[in-house]
Structure formats: C-alpha cells, structure tokens
Design a protein around this ligand. Sequence first.
Ligand code: ADA
Length: 921
Amino acid sequence: MQKVPIRGSLYFLFFFLSLIPASGQNAGKKVTIVTPVSAHARITFGVEKLKQALTRAGYQTTVLKGTSPAGNQQIVIGQWSDAVVKPLASRYALRAAPGAGKESFTLRKDAQKPLLIAGFDASGALYGCLEVADQINKTGKLPETIAMNDRPEMVLRGTAVGIQKPVYLPGREVYEYPYTPETFPWLYDKALWIKYLDAMAENRYNSLYLWNGHPFASLVRLKDYPYAVEVDESTFKKNEEMFRFLTAEADKRGIWVIQMFYNIIVSKPFAEKHHIKTQDRNRPITPLIADYTRKSIAAFVQKYPNVGLLITLGEAMEGVGQDDVDWFTKTIIPGVKDGLKALGQTTEPPIVLRAHDSDAPRVMKAAKPLYKNLYTMAKYNGEALTTYTPRGKWAELHRTLSNIGTVHVENVHILANLEPFRYGSPDFIQKSVQAMHKVYGANGLHLYPQASYWDWPYTADKTAPRLLQLDRDWIWYKTWARYAWNSERDRSNEVTYWRNQLASQYGLPADKGKDVLEAYEQTGEISPKLLRRYGITDGNRQTLTLGMLMPQLINPFRYGLFTLLYESEAPEGEMIIEYAEKESKHEKHIGETPVQIADEVVEHGRRAVAAIDQAAGAVTKNKDEFGRLKNDIYALNAMANFYAQKARAALAVLKFKYSTDIRDLEKAVPLLESSVDHFTELVKLTKDNYLYANSMQTKQRKIPMRGVDGTYKTWEEMLPVYQKELTRFRFVIDSLKSAPPAAAKQPVFFRPATVAIQSPNVTTYSVEKGKRVFSDTTVAIEEVAPELKNLKGLQLAKAQQQQERTSLTFTASEPVKLLVGFFTEKNPNYLPAPELETDASANDYGQSEIKISNALLLKGFPPVNVHAYSFKAGTHTLNLGKGACLLLGFVDGNQAIPVFDAAGVTSDTAGNKKNIDWLFE
Ligand code: ADA
C-alpha cells in the first residue's frame, strides 16, 4: 500500500456505456469467463460475483482458466501482466493507462468483441468485476460496448468495528475487553462477518479496523509470559480460528484487517502477577512492560502477517512527550520487525499512527527512518460531525501530518452528536470528504459506525429482533464510500443517484425518492449546526440529542468547555455567551451566530418534515423502516425546536446578566416553556422507539447529565430535569419581583479529613488569603472561595511538579475526597485538568467535573478550578501528571461537594464575572 501518485478524479479519462434496453432475452445465452491459471483469491472472488450477476440475468456461464479467448461472448479477466489478458489488450491496443495505480482497472468491450477486465493489481481486477456485475444488475444484461478506466481517489477506505461494550466489564477498566464468545457472541458469527465484508466490498472499502484496548492476550501466547493470556484454552482456539477466517475472507475482498490497540495496557493476569495496574495514565515506560508489549506484537505479526496495526499512543500512557517517541520507535516498530524476522518476511504490514493525545508529527519524524509502511490518522471533527469547513489549529495538525509524505487518514470518529437517529446526508458527507482533501490534505478515510459504536452490531431502535447497524445505516456506509472513491462528483448527478437509491429502497417513484433525500439533507444540517454553536464539547461525554441544561448554555466554561470545537470544528462565529456580551456592548457580530442557527435549524426541521410527509403515502417497500426513518425526522425536528427556543431563552437570560432588568428574565419564560414542550414531544417520539440515546453508558458521560450506572440515557429521564429548571426559574423570578435579592447564600464549609501521608514529606497550610501554596516560591493566595477555609493544603515544590509527575501516597481510615486545584490555562507549566476528550480514565476517581470554578486566585497565575478525587478507606497512591497544581486538602468523603462557580465571590478578574446559574438551580 503506497501513496497513489495521481488522484482518481483526474484519472476519469473517459467513460461511456451504451445500453441496449434490457430485453429479458438472455435466457440460454452462453458466456465464457476466462481467468489466469493461478488467479489471486480476489480475482476468483470477483469472478464469483460476476457469475452470480450473469446467472441472475439469465446467462449460462462457464469459467475457463488460461485459455485464449475466442468468440464475442467472452469475458477475459486478470491483471495487465497476465498471459490471458495480454492478447486481448493488444487487440484493443490497450495497456495500463498513464498514472494507473493501485486498485485501478480498465473495462473495454467493442460490439461483437470480448469484454476485457484488466486490473493494475488483483484488487483492480476485483473492482473491475464488481463494476461489470453492478452494470448487469442494473440493466439486466451484459453491456454491448463499454470503455472505462477507474480507480479510487483515497488510498485507504476503511470502516471500524469496536470490540468494546457500552459498559465496563466487572473488575476491568476502560477499553479492557478480552475476546470471548460470552462478551461478543457476534464476533464468532461467520455469516454476519460475510454479510459485513460483502457490503464492504460492494462499497469498495479496503480496510477494516478492529478496536480494542489490548487484543494480544486474547490472540497470542508468549514463551516468556505464558500467564498473560486472558482467555481459556477453548476460547483461545476459537479466537485463532475466527481471526484466520476473518483475515482470509477480508483478503478475498481486497480488505486489510487492521488491529487497533491502546498503549500502554497489559493483560489482567499479567498485571496481577507483577503487581501493577493494567493501565495507568501517568505510568512511565518500564523495561518489563516494554518487553511484554514488544513480544506480544512480534508474536502477533508472526501469526497474522497480513494484519496491519493501528496505534494509539495516548490515553493509557503518560501524555504528550518523549515517552511516545520511545514507545513507538523502541517497542512497537522493533516488535513488528522481530515478528517479520521470525517469519523470514520483508513485506512490512501497515502501521497507522493515531494523532490522539500524542505529538504525532514528532513521533513520525523519529519513526520514518525506521519503517517504510507508515500512515497517520487524526479525528476529522473530534467525536462528532460538525462541519465541512474545518479550520484553525486542528486543521494545521492535519496538514502537518499530510505534508510528512506518508498518507494521512481521516478518522470520522464516534458520532456523539448524531446518536441515535438516522443520518445520511450525501451533500454534507460529500463536502466533508472534499474538505478532507482540500483543507486537510488527507487521502484516506476511517469511518466509525453512524451510531451505537459501543453496542455493535445493534442499533438503539427498540425492535424485536434488534436491528443491525449494517442494515439500518446502509446509507451511511454508502455515502462515505462513494465519495472516498471519488469526491468530485457532479452535484446534480448525485441528486439523481441518491434519489434513485432511496426510491428503490422504499419502492417509491423517483420524485418521492427525492423527497426522502431532501429529508435526509435537511436533517443532515441540524445536529452539526447545534453542536458547533451551542455545544460544550466534540467529545462523547456530551450526548447532543438529550438536550442541554440552561447553565450549560449560559456558563459553558463551568462544564469544561472544549474550545477546539468552536475554534477549529465550526465556521467562524460566536458562542451564546459571546453573542450576549457583544449585544450588551453594542458590538458588531461576526460569522455564524447562535440566533441565526436557532432560525436555521427550525427551518431545516420544517422542510425535512414536509418532505418526508410528502413521500410517506407512496411507500411500497420496507414500510416499517420507513416509519422509523420518518419518526427520526420528526424527532430531529422536535430537537431542533427545543434547542432553538432554549438558545433564545438563554440569550434573554444573559441580557438580564448585563441589564439586571427583571423584564429580560420574563421574556425568557415563554421561550423556556416552549422548549420544554418540544422536549415533551421528543419524549413521545422516542419513548417506544429507542432503548437509549447514547451507546457509551459509563461514568465518562457528563453532558447533559452524569451517566452513573447507565442513568440519564433516555429523553424520558431528562424531561423532569428540564421541567424542574423551568419551575425553579419561574420561582426565582417571582421572588425577585416580590422581594429584593435575598442575602447571599451562606457558604457551606468543607469538613477537613485527616489522613496519614506516607510520601512525599509535606508541610500543610490553611487555604486562606495570604497563605503560601508552594514550598519553593512566595506566591500566596489572593482570593479564595470561603468554603475552602478549613482545609489544609499540601505545600509542594512547584519546580519539582513541573519536572516530575506529582505522586502522593496516603492512608485514610474513612472515605475521603482530595480537592485538587488546576490552573485554567493550557500551558506545559501547569498540570492539565482531567480531559475526557483525550483520556478516558479521566473520571476514574470522579475527578473529571469542575466542582468549583474560579475558586482561588494567585498573583501572576490564571484562576484555579477545583476538582475532587474520591477514595475509599485504605492506602492509595495517586499519580498525577507533570505540571504545577494545588493539592488543597482532604475532605470528609461523606460530604457532598456542591458544583458552583465562585466568580464574583473571588473576584471579577476570575474569568467569568457575574454568575447567574442560580436562576436555574
Ligand atoms: C476519547 C473518548 C473515547 C475514545 C478515545 C479515542 O477518550 O472519550 O471514548 O474514543 O477518545 O480513542 O479517541
């Protein structure tokens, strides 16, 4: 797999096809297929598909190997270099077209002459066969004449399957899912794999990524670490058999299987034996785990030399830094090389490096001299679909990786803002693929499932039996694949193409097919626009379709706003809070505004509903599925209206923040009421139709509500929250009207807890104004939220925190919470706050949420946000990363830590100025 020098779009040299109307008169007509004597498995597979199409059209087929063609009802198939191809190619005066490359093919047939299917390679010949089979299926006959060259634009066109679950396995951490039939019955279902692989081939995908934390201990046994295997003997055998089957069947269809894994995770039995954790975000590389991983990779490559590897250096490994470089160049690449050496093979399997939570350009620089078959990958729009006009810092990173000279692959990652509704807007997707090329310089696609990634192979629809994603989301796979093959297709032809696809799907006349397309394209704008203008994050800690709380709209920083969403994954524009601030100052608005989006999504919803209603009466096929699609369109319309009204209400409320005029608040009431009404409608539409909104049902889920124990995953559970918000709001307005603002709420002081600290040796300080927070500087507290005043902070040396990770070992006789202060600025000098977008373990101690925003101010430092880490009684070692932070002391574990913004209590300089969240909570 090398980079193809010329893009497919330029390569469309000529294509014409003369079709004589299908006569249905093929019965008894004989066709001879001629293939090379020893044809590649891909060619044999292509011939099989072609034969099936011919038989369906009434032809009698015979396959001959290596015989020269005679007569016109012949199809000659092979690579340009094959002996069977050469004579016919020279009869047509053809050879591989200039610039033809991997996976390219040529089809040629003149009237009364044989049909030539010539591939640059076996994949090309396969695609040639599939193209002819498609033509026969469409027209009912073999074309009389054909002249066509084609090849894909993107080098890698892949889909992902997560061998993961919506919840953690008992006693396990994130991503740790051994391959067993109990956990993944579908993984051993060969018929399902064949169906999936056939659909991939039909869409011309050429790579299948399997995602898992640590697959090796389910697939290989190591001489030096035999105890690391984490499945029983019979499962181990089943896994070997399943993997062999899958890779062989994939290869026939021109598909590379690529195994993904996270670093550094070790198997559970291995961890137990060596008394280490299976994963530890802040663990440095040790010789033991390096050796174990290197040997695991070597054994894997030796056993499955045709399987590629997708590497995630981030997440379970110390953040961005030299460790990433070392791990990739001293453990992973040598592991692959050891495996090749043991095999006596030199063909390097592809290694794809993810730019996730690591400095991929730096790692690639070190790795390029060591290994040739390298690729890079980064998330297209984070863990969502938000825009086809990406820009900013994130676009820069993509371009940097594309410019390295290896192929850069776009990862359409978890679609956290689309779940669980159907999505299939050809227009949005075509433009996205164009942006991948033009803005990012990329030349590969890696596509996640459209929804329910963690629940593969099922969708969230409440049906019996459950629907398969592969069936329900056919249009998702088809659209991306079509544009990955060629993104520069003419829009008006595309409208015709998709109109016909949808008409045939639902047994509709063409014009009604167009209505369905319209419904898809109108709704296709709603979730992207909403998230990029109102959202907190592009990550899967937010489920957009469940709505957002009012404080999340009016005070997003309190919820760990992921600013990249606005800066890179949205067109230039304003957030709700920015818009309101500008309004108050009578400043000019720039770019896409929240007000504009409110209007636009309502209009998209209206048009989509009208379009789907127009088609509904004419449906003759797949009626149940059409009913579900229609329901989704209605649901998206209700959701669009919910957000529009709530955003408008938020703007009115923010106006009050500046005006302090209660009339501004009163204007928000009917808007908020109406948003709750639309949400009630959404509940009605989803209650009997969906099992859940989001497939990740773990503690990482945060927005709109925490997902502890699988709660708050349906609209029904959210409705009372929104109703309560409204009730509180009405009540507060009444109180404000009838009485002057009540005296400030009395702070609830935290109850300090006593623990025995084993290391390091520290002195403590009272968390009060004037006290020094570090042992090596004179920096003292300028302002602090009074709630903290009884706590004993731990004085650490700032310089040391910046050089080494902060580690604390202590014993608690009762459950405790440790309050940690993070500086609110991204800067290598400061310890980064827990970030679920790049660290799925960031909530292991319940620490991901900001408890007290702007809790503390130090001179010359950014404001400090407080997070809380929970511990049971016992001895613990907490490893934080490198960078300055404040350990503000231990609190009684039974005391609930309220979530609030102390801005205004501390000072106006503390970031968000006046806080009005109390209007709603
Ligand atoms: C985030 C996300 C995870 C996973 C990860 C990744 O941490 O929350 O679910 O998708 O990124 O591998 O990109």
